[in-house]
Ligand binder design. Sequence first.
Ligand code: ADP
Ligand code: MG
Length: 364
Amino acid sequence: MLLPCTAFTLISLVLQRMSGRLSGQRSRTSLSLAGLMACLAALLVSTGVIYLYVDSLQGAAEQAGYPQTSCRPGHFKISNMKSCAAWLQCAQVRADVRPLKLIGQGAVKKVYLAEWSGQKVALCRLASQDYLEDFLHGLGMLQALQDTAVVQLVGLCAEDHSFVTEYHPHGSLLNLEGVFAQEQHQFHDTWQIRLRLALDYVSILHFLHNSPAGRRVMCDSNSLEKTLSQFLLTSDFRLVVNDLDALPKVDVGGGLLVKCGHQELTGDFVAPEQLWPFGNKPFSDDLMPGYDEKTDIWKVPDVTRFIMGGVRGGDLVHFHLFQVHNECKREEPKLRPSALDVLRVYRSVYSIMVRDALKSRDAL
Ligand SMILES: Nc1ncnc2c1ncn2[C@@H]1O[C@H](COP(=O)(O)OP(=O)(O)O)[C@@H](O)[C@H]1O
Ligand SMILES: [Mg+2]
């Protein structure tokens, strides 16, 4: 980008020498001034271009699902806040966060739309003492895994069994069809936006499987609905993972496998290795073998199918994803691709399809 400036300087020097020979000192001064101005202009333009380039790289990285946190650890920035602030602590959560209405309830938490300092936030409170351990595990994970893939933590008060997160008015991914059905959002209902949501979902899995807190399995996902309810749909149609209450750690090298709960799992949404393998013999948690993060990969095609819905152009997306989805459904977990493998295929399908769509638009 500095090339134009160098070129201008060189040209100006050459012209200076020539003009010096031809017409003396005055024209030499005006030419060198012109050269200097041109150089400054070129510098300004190139700085602008560099800025735009870096900005576009950042945008592309975010689009591709690479995490970029904007605040230092222990800080947050929501809606129109100008700068990052430290997580609210007990005193502030108690005094300044005012619950307005219940907006969600799972087994572990009651979630309220709340108001803090003129902003809407979500206040999460333990719903039942039976799930205190899960609640604290989830809170610990939220603190450890703050990233653009994860809902922002705004404040916490572990001793009151409550914490505060960024509020996302569209709610969970379960609401996707309802949101797209609203008149003001119908123009967002395109295969591009839906496929990007699927990309976000797979890149969240990749993040959890390679997280700063180790390889984590998204366990609270025994049905499609349950799985969808753990992700939030942001106002700009991206996904963040919200519920981290059941994220056990796998260490295949160290022989550490996981089990998602202590009850028998059934149905074909869960991976085959999560099913009781000993036929008619009564279920026993002690005898049930453990498994790893490939259970999440098994579920990818079903979640993506939900995200794509019946959108125009969706058939072509399914066609392109057919092979990788078949691989996700391999009985043998080791033969399934990693989240990164899937993400790479999704990214290339996304860019190929966008390119083709542009080409056919240009051909019209
Ligand atoms: N920050 C938030 N913004 C908007 N809705 C939320 C938020 N957090 C939770 N919810 C709603 O509450 C529901 C339950 O939250 P979740 O954390 O999954 O609780 P549980 O651990 O009990 O399953 C979510 O599915 C979503 O609909
Ligand atoms: Mg939940």
